[in-house]
Design a binder for this molecule. Structure first.
Ligand SMILES: [Zn+2]
Length: 322
């Protein structure tokens, strides 16, 4: 054996010794993540993104494009061609000093393992559920309302009034819509009714119209299509603003480059696409700060145009709360 081959053998042996085996490692892997909250200031108000969970969902959910096209587009972003994509579920808190406003509640127990972390992250961020006095719903899909109730069906936010747009309330809470829905869609109507019932019984469920402010500097914006009353919320204070846009985009790697792509969750796909295309154009023109419910956590950032039809997302960076 030459010195060279001896050295190589030693290197190989060292590599074997240094490569930890997950099962026998003396230092076990610690798999818990950092608490999922992220804070920024907007015109003197504090906005906190709350992570509820994340998962993959199949590319087959996306409409208007061939599977090969979708895989190529994902590959351009992710570096290979996965068959599934990842999306997170984000809620947002606004602390104005006078009000603590929650925008969407996360999925609670409705989305399965890994989800329902928004409440724990709200507490980790230094707040208590009793401090929340207003909850604004972008819409009534389960990933946005599941966290409104505790395991035994009581309001998880005992002092909060829940607000959604009039068309959203009318659509989901209608007995006629429940009765008339196809059997595979009835669960969605029943779920919305069950979750909102304790708030409604307590007189704390309200609907808003789009023509007047919810609070000074906070107004709802009609963004229909994903659901009939899907809404965004615009906070404007001291010359700064942020738009909480709900489910305008589900998967940023695809739908920013291709806003014409629909997703299977949309109740009116054509309208959802039209709303998305108009809004993306508008926020780029106005340089609006965005907070998205399904953009990779914390889901806060800016958009800019990229090519003639597409857009590029620039996320906010981690830093001190200033
Ligand atoms: Zn959603």
């Amino acid at each position: 054996m030459t010195i060279k081959s001896l050295t190589r053998a030693a290197v190989l042996m060292a590599a074997v010794v240094l490569a930890p085996d997950a099962d026998t490692a003396s230092i076990p892997l610690v798999k818990n993540q950092a608490p999922g909250y992220f804070k920024i200031m907007v015109g003197g108000a504090q906005v906190t993104a709350l992570y509820d969970g994340s998962s993959t969902f199949p590319l087959t959910l996306f409409k208007n494009a061939a599977p090969e096209t979708l895989q190529r587009e994902v590959a351009a972003v992710d570096g290979d061609a996965p068959k599934v994509v990842n999306g997170s579920v984000n809620s947002f808190l606004i602390n104005t000093g006078d009000h603590l406003i929650l925008i969407d509640s996360g999925g609670g127990k409705l989305l399965g393992p890994g989800f329902g972390q928004a409440m724990a992250n709200l507490k980790a961020a230094g707040y208590r559920p009793e401090q929340v006095d207003m909850i604004l719903l972008t819409h009534m899909h389960r990933d946005h309302i599941g966290g409104l109730v505790t395991d035994n069906g009581q309001p998880a936010f005992p002092n909060a009034a829940v607000w959604a747009s009039k068309p959203e309330v009318d659509y989901w809470l209608s007995q006629a819509n429940l009765d008339g829905a196809p059997s595979d869609q009835q669960a969605g109507f029943q779920r919305a009714r069950d979750i909102l019932a304790p708030y409604e019984t307590a007189g704390r469920l309200h609907s808003f119209s789009y023509d007047k402010d919810l609070l000074p500097g906070l107004k709802a914006v009609a963004l229909p299509g994903h659901t009939p009353g899907h809404s965004g919320f615009m906070l404007e204070r001291n010359g700064q603003s942020i738009l909480f846009w709900g489910d305008i985009v589900h998967y940023s790697a695809l739908q920013f480059a291709h806003p014409e792509l629909g997703i299977g969750f949309d109740s009116n796909s054509a309208l959802a696409i039209k709303t998305r295309q108009a809004l993306l154009k508008q926020v780029v023109r106005q340089k609006t700060l965005i907070a998205g419910a399904h953009i990779t956590f914390p889901g806060i950032g800016y958009l800019r145009a990229d090519g003639s039809q597409g857009y590029r997302w620039t996320p906010v960076g981690f830093g001190e709360v200033r």
